[in-house]
Design a protein around this ligand. Structure first.
Ligand SMILES: NC(=O)c1ccc[n+]([C@@H]2O[C@H](COP(=O)([O-])OP(=O)(O)OC[C@H]3O[C@@H](n4cnc5c(N)ncnc54)[C@H](O)[C@@H]3O)[C@@H](O)[C@H]2O)c1
Ligand SMILES: [Fe+2]
Length: 385
C-alpha cells in the first residue's frame, strides 16, 4: 500500500436541534470561552436562525457578537473587516454559522485575530504561523464541507481567488444540525449538493494523495448525497434527508481535504471568479464534460462510483463511467438548475479567457487523473457552452 497521511477535525457532532443547544455544547468543550463571535452572512441572518444559537450561548453565560457582513466568495476586505470586529469585541472563540463563505471567513478570523501575520503572508500552503483562537463550524448548506477542511478561499482581486491551506484551519468542532438547512432554496440546495458530490468524485480519482480512508469517505458520501439530493430539493423540510445531506457533505469534505480536488474545480473557479456564478453551479456546469474528458484515464474509478450513484448501470467500464456522467447531468435537469454556460451569460468569445485562467490553477490541475492542456480546457468549456 502507498504511504499516506490523513488529518481531520477532532470532534464532530451530528445532532438534530444541536444549534439550539449551542451554549451547552460550547460550555462542555470550551469551559474557558467567555466571548463568542458568530460569523454569518446577511442572507442567513434574515432567516432568523441565528437567534436560537445566539440566545443559547448567552444563557450559557457567554457574551455574543454577531458579524453578519460575509459575502459569497468573500473578498479580502471583508475578511480584514471581520478580523477587526473580532479584535475590538475581544472574541475568545469563533463560530462559523453559514455556508462555505461564512465558514472560510471564520477560519481566517480565528487565525489572524490574535496574530501579527498580515493576510498576505498566509496565502499558499503551510504559511500560517502559531496557534489560533478556538474554532467551531456549523454549516447551513450541505456543500463545501468547509467545516472539516483545512482550506479557506478568498477573493483577492476583481476576478482572482487565493487559498490558505494550513493545519490550523481544521476546526476544533464541527456541528451538523439539519434544522438550519430546511429553508435553503431548492436551487441552492441542488448546486451545493452537486459541489459536495464533486468533492467525493474528485477525491476518489485524485492523482497523488488518493488513499484508503479518503476512498471510503468518498464512497459513503456519494451514497448519502445521491440518495438524498433529489428528495431535499423536492421536500426541503425532510429533516432526515437534510441531515443525511449534511453528513454526506462533511464526509466528502474529509475526503477531499486529504485527497484534493482537480480539473472540475480548476475549470469552475474562473466561471465563479469572472462571472460571479455560485461555486456549486460553476462545478455542475463543467462536471459532465470533465468526466468525459477524464474517462480515458479514469473510467475504471468512475465505473466503481457509478455502482453507488446509478446501481442499475451495466455494461463495460466505459459504459458505466458514461452512466455516471449522465446521472450527474440528470440531477441538474431534475432540479432545474442551469446546465449550459450560455444560460449563465457566458459567450463563445469568453472561452479563451476562461481557458487561460483555468490553466493558472496548477495546484488543482496537478491532481487530475488526465493531463489538461490549454486546448483541452477550451474544448471542455466549448462542450459546456
Ligand atoms: N473551504 C473549503 O473547503 C471550501 C470548499 C469549497 C468551496 N469553498 C468556498 O465556499 C463558498 C461557497 O459556499 P456555499 O456554496 O456554501 O455558499 P455561501 O456560503 O456563499 O452561501 C450561498 C447563499 O446561501 C444562503 N444561505 C446559506 N445557508 C442558508 C440557509 N440555511 N437558508 C437560507 N439561505 C442560506 C446565503 O445567505 C448565501 O446567500 C465559496 O467562497 C467557495 O470558494 C470553500
Ligand atoms: Fe467545491
Amino acid at each position: 500500500m502507498t504511504d499516506f497521511v490523513f488529518s481531520t477535525v477532532a470532534n464532530i457532532v451530528s445532532e438534530l436541534g444541536a444549534a439550539g443547544r449551542l451554549g451547552q455544547h460550547i460550555a462542555q468543550r470550551f469551559p474557558d470561552a467567555r466571548r463568542a463571535l458568530l460569523v454569518t452572512d446577511p442572507g442567513f441572518l434574515r432567516t432568523g436562525l441565528v437567534d436560537a444559537p445566539a440566545a443559547s450561548l448567552r444563557t450559557a453565560g457567554l457574551a455574543v457578537e454577531i458579524y453578519s457582513q460575509v459575502m459569497a466568495d468573500p473578498p479580502e476586505a471583508v475578511v480584514l473587516e471581520a478580523v477587526a470586529a473580532a479584535r475590538s469585541f475581544g472574541a475568545d472563540i469563533v463560530i462559523g454559522l453559514g455556508g462555505g463563505s461564512s465558514m472560510d471567513v471564520a477560519k481566517l478570523i480565528a487565525v489572524l485575530a490574535d496574530s501579527d501575520q498580515p493576510i498576505s503572508a498566509i496565502y499558499g500552503i503551510g504559511n500560517v504561523k502559531g496557534k489560533r483562537l478556538p474554532l467551531v463550524q456549523i454549516p447551513t448548506t450541505a456543500g463545501t464541507g468547509s467545516e472539516v477542511t483545512n482550506i479557506a478561499i478568498v477573493t483577492t482581486g476583481a476576478t482572482t481567488k487565493m487559498g490558505v491551506v494550513a493545519p490550523q484551519l481544521y476546526a476544533d468542532l464541527a456541528l451538523l444540525d439539519a434544522e438550519l438547512t430546511i429553508g435553503l432554496p431548492s436551487t441552492v440546495t441542488a448546486a451545493t449538493g452537486i459541489d459536495a458530490m464533486v468533492h467525493a468524485i474528485e477525491a476518489y480519482t485524485s492523482k497523488h494523495k488518493k488513499n484508503p480512508l479518503s476512498d471510503g469517505l468518498a464512497r459513503k458520501a456519494l451514497g448519502l448525497l445521491s440518495t438524498n439530493l433529489i428528495t431535499v430539493c423536492e421536500d426541503g423540510r425532510n429533516l432526515a434527508a437534510r441531515q443525511a445531506m449534511l453528513l454526506g457533505a462533511l464526509l466528502a469534505g474529509q475526503a477531499f481535504s486529504n485527497a484534493p480536488v482537480a480539473a472540475v474545480h480548476a475549470l469552475a473557479y474562473p466561471i465563479g471568479g469572472i462571472f460571479h456564478v455560485p461555486h456549486g453551479l460553476s462545478n455542475s456546469l463543467v462536471l459532465p464534460h470533465v468526466l468525459r474528458f477524464n474517462a480515458p484515464d479514469a473510467a475504471g474509478l468512475y465505473a466503481e462510483l457509478a455502482e453507488i450513484v446509478v446501481p442499475a448501470a451495466s455494461g463495460s467500464i466505459e459504459a458505466r463511467a458514461e452512466a455516471l456522467a449522465v446521472a450527474m447531468q440528470q440531477i441538474a435537469i431534475v432540479t432545474g438548475i442551469e446546465r449550459t454556460l450560455q444560460q449563465v451569460g457566458i459567450a463563445e468569445t469568453d472561452l479563451d479567457r476562461l481557458a487561460d485562467d483555468a490553466m493558472l490553477q496548477t495546484r488543482l490541475l496537478g491532481n487530475n487523473p488526465r493531463t489538461v492542456t490549454r486546448d483541452d480546457a477550451r474544448a471542455i468549456y466549448l462542450a459546456a457552452l
